[in-house]
Design a protein around this ligand. Structure first.
Ligand SMILES: [Zn+2]
Length: 382
C-alpha cells in the first residue's frame, strides 16, 4: 500500500446548503430531508508516503470553454461535434499542464460524456503526450467500475454540467430529465464521482463548468473551480474569453495539486436513502400502483433505501432505464407531424402484429448482440 493508514478526524457536514443555513430543505416528497444534515462525511485524504501523485481526469462535454452550441457535444452533428472535440482537447490540455506544474507525476483521462461516437471524444493525437487515456478491453461504467484503492491520489473533472433544474447550459443528471437524490440531497454528476471515489479515500480537487454548476458545488468548497461560461438558458450562454479561462485552468489545476492535503474525501453515510425525480421527457408514472414501489403522489419520483452507494447507484440506474422509456413519445410527435405519418403508423402497426404472430408461432428469435470489433479499446462512456 502506498498510503500510510492513520486515524483521521472525520467531520459530518450538511449535504444540502439549505439545511446548513437553517432554511427549509427542498420539500421533495419521499426523500428524507432530515438526512441532509448528516448524509455525507468529510475526511482528509490519507498522507502520501512518496513523491508520486496520480490524477484521474474525468471529462464531460457540456461545460467546455468557447462552447455555446449544443450540437458541439452531439456526434449526430459531425461538423459541429468536431469543433467540440477541439474545445475539449484545449480545456483538457490546459488542465493537464497545470496538474503537472503542480506536481502530478501521472495523469490519466477517462471519457464520461457519451456522445454516441464509438471512438473517444478526446482525439488521442491531440492529448498532451505527458498524459494518457484510460482504456479497458471491455465496456465499463466510468463512475463505478474503475474505483479501486491506491489507484489514484486525486480526481479532476473537466467540462462538467449543472444538475437537472439548476438552469445551467445543458443541465441534466446522467441523462435528460433525471434528478438524482442521495441522503436527502439532489446531486450533480460531479458529486456522484466524489461519492464513488470517496469509497477509495480519494478526493475531487478541481472542476470546470458553467456558473450554475459552480453554485451546485458550493457543498464542496475545497474544489478549485473554473467558470467557463455563464448560462443564460439551457441552450444559450455568455462566453468568457477562452485564453483567460484556460490560463485560469492551468493556475487552479496546479493549486489543486499543491493543496491536495486540504481537499476532503466525500463519503455517503450508509444505508443510503436514494430517490429519482423526473421531468419531461422522462416519466415514472407508469409505476403507479405497483406494490412495494415508493412512488410520490405526483407520480414523478421513486425513492428507496439501499445498503451502500453501489446499491443506490445500481437501483437509480435501473430506474433511469424505466424513466427514459418515455423518450419515444417525442419521436411519436415527430411522426405525427410528418407528411408520411399515416403510412409510417401503418408500417409500425403491421410490424407490431407480425412480431406478435411470429413470437406466438415460435418463429422469432431476438437478434444476437453485435460482436465487439476485435482489439477494440473502451475509453468510458462514449
Ligand atoms: Zn455529457
Amino acid at each position: 500500500m502506498k498510503h500510510a493508514a492513520r486515524p483521521l478526524s472525520t467531520l459530518v457536514i450538511c449535504a444540502a446548503a439549505a439545511a446548513c443555513s437553517g432554511g427549509a430543505p427542498s420539500p421533495t416528497p419521499g426523500v428524507d430531508t432530515s438526512a441532509a444534515t448528516g448524509g455525507v462525511t468529510l475526511s482528509a485524504p490519507a498522507a502520501r508516503r512518496d513523491s508520486t501523485l496520480r490524477v484521474l481526469v474525468y471529462h464531460d462535454m457540456e461545460g467546455l470553454s468557447g462552447q455555446d452550441d449544443y450540437r458541439t457535444f452531439n456526434y449526430s452533428h459531425p461538423e459541429f461535434y468536431r469543433k467540440g472535440q477541439e474545445y475539449l482537447a484545449g480545456d483538457i490540455n490546459a488542465v493537464v499542464d497545470g496538474l503537472f506544474a503542480g506536481g502530478a507525476t501521472k495523469v490519466e483521462i477517462v471519457d464520461a460524456h457519451g456522445s454516441g461516437n464509438p471512438s473517444p471524444d478526446l482525439i488521442p493525437a491531440k492529448l498532451d503526450p505527458r498524459a494518457t487515456q484510460l482504456t479497458r478491453d471491455s465496456a465499463f461504467r466510468q463512475y463505478v467500475d474503475i474505483v479501486a484503492p491506491d489507484s489514484y491520489d486525486a480526481i479532476v473533472a473537466v467540462g462538467m454540467h449543472a444538475k437537472t433544474g439548476s438552469r445551467g447550459f445543458a443541465s441534466h443528471t446522467y441523462t435528460i430529465g433525471i434528478d438524482l437524490w442521495m441522503n436527502g440531497h439532489s446531486i450533480t454528476e460531479t458529486e456522484l464521482v466524489a461519492y464513488s471515489w470517496g469509497r477509495a479515500g480519494v478526493p475531487v480537487i478541481f472542476v470546470s463548468g458553467d456558473d450554475r454548476l459552480a453554485d451546485d458545488l458550493k457543498t464542496m468548497p475545497w474544489i478549485q473551480y473554473v467558470v467557463t461560461k455563464k448560462a443564460t438558458s439551457a441552450n444559450t450562454v455568455e462566453l468568457r474569453n477562452v485564453d483567460s479561462v484556460r490560463a485560469e485552468m492551468k493556475t487552479k489545476a496546479a493549486d489543486a495539486v499543491r493543496r491536495l492535503a486540504d481537499a476532503k474525501v466525500t463519503r455517503l453515510r450508509e444505508p443510503v436513502r436514494a430517490a429519482i425525480r423526473v421531468v419531461p421527457p422522462a416519466r415514472l408514472s407508469m409505476l403507479r400502483g405497483v406494490p412495494g414501489v415508493e412512488l410520490s403522489p405526483e407520480g414523478n419520483q421513486v425513492s428507496f433505501e439501499a445498503k451502500d452507494f453501489q446499491a443506490a447507484y445500481d437501483g437509480l440506474i435501473s430506474l433511469i432505464g424505466v424513466a427514459t422509456l418515455a423518450y419515444p413519445a417525442v419521436r411519436d410527435e415527430v411522426i405525427r407531424d410528418h407528411p408520411d405519418s399515416a403510412s409510417i403508423r401503418r408500417l409500425q402497426r403491421e410490424r407490431l402484429m407480425m412480431r406478435w404472430f411470429d413470437v406466438e408461432s415460435g418463429r422469432w428469435n431476438p437478434p444476437p448482440a453485435p460482436a465487439p470489433a476485435p482489439g477494440r479499446k473502451y475509453y468510458g462512456a462514449q
